[in-house]
Design a protein around this ligand. Sequence first.
Ligand code: PMV
Length: 352
Amino acid sequence: MDKMLEEAVTAIGTPNIALIKYWGKRDPELNLPTNSSISITLDETLNTKTSVLFSDCFKGDRLFINGEAYDLKDTKNEKTAFTAKVLEHMRGLAGTEAGALIVSKNSFPTAGGLASSASGAATLCYAVSEALELRLAPKELSIVARRISGSACRSISGGFVEWRKGSAADGSDSYAESIANEEHWPEVIDIITLIEDKKKKVSSSEGHRRATETSELYQIRPKIADRRVESMEKAIEQRDFEALAEITMKDSNSLHATALDSFPPILYLNDTSKAVIQRIHELNQHEGATIAAYTFDAGPNAQIITLKKHKNKVIDAIGEIISKDRILVVGQGHGPRPLPSSESLLGDMNLL
Ligand code: PMV
């Protein structure tokens, strides 16, 4: 085994928030979407840190997430299943059978509809690729991350990111790329609300499946979403916030309409989420312009897309509904990056 590989790598990565949502898979095994999607990669306010060490001395692989040990043979657990997939794929590329020690930590609640799996999966792919000295390019990393957790493929790049659905049966043309980096329009920010930090009642995997298999309303969604992707590309290019905001709200509403139209229905939004929707429309009406847009993933936590100059107005408006200590202002980020060895999570020798 190459001695170089015995050096631990630590990386940091972040979630993304979809403006045009990925909802429904045409191939659940490969995580191939029925429509293209566009997101903003977020800055490191919310992040995942992951340390990886490969060594021939390790018998098998060990995984710790947020201080808890996971059994990588447990194929029913999403996190262990996806980590095992990444290791198998990357070890194949590197031509090594070395065991891995992986320690990962999220700075925010997992599975609360805040894209912790996207952040975790993108960071893991990047860290493993670096630890094995594969140095995969963003396109290749995005394809690996997509197979783990679809939306994770968008957290590999920075700024505004588009995941083109592709058409190849093997998924080789279904990956995400930055369409405008974080310097193109940094005024756009995300105000995240932590309405609930419990685990999602219905996982996004189940949501994708139930919508495609049972919702008649869903049948028209992929075409509409793909059209919105084109309009969104223009809005981003021209820095047209009103257009971006309107498309964002409509697309979130469309996802939650198809979730409700699934059978049995899925209700990700709670009464507080609905109050936020109302409040944002009132605010825009009062301003006589669309200054803010809400969007919700597979959970009740509202994310409000706005411009820096409107931050206080938006916080005051939603602060009437949600306590201000559960509101976070987040900017745009650049995707995963390495951290110095002083930030390694492998410091606790009990783990080794
Ligand atoms: O990546 P998944 O399978 O967790 O699906 C994510 C789906 C949404 O977050 C609801 C939308 C999106 O595009 O991120």
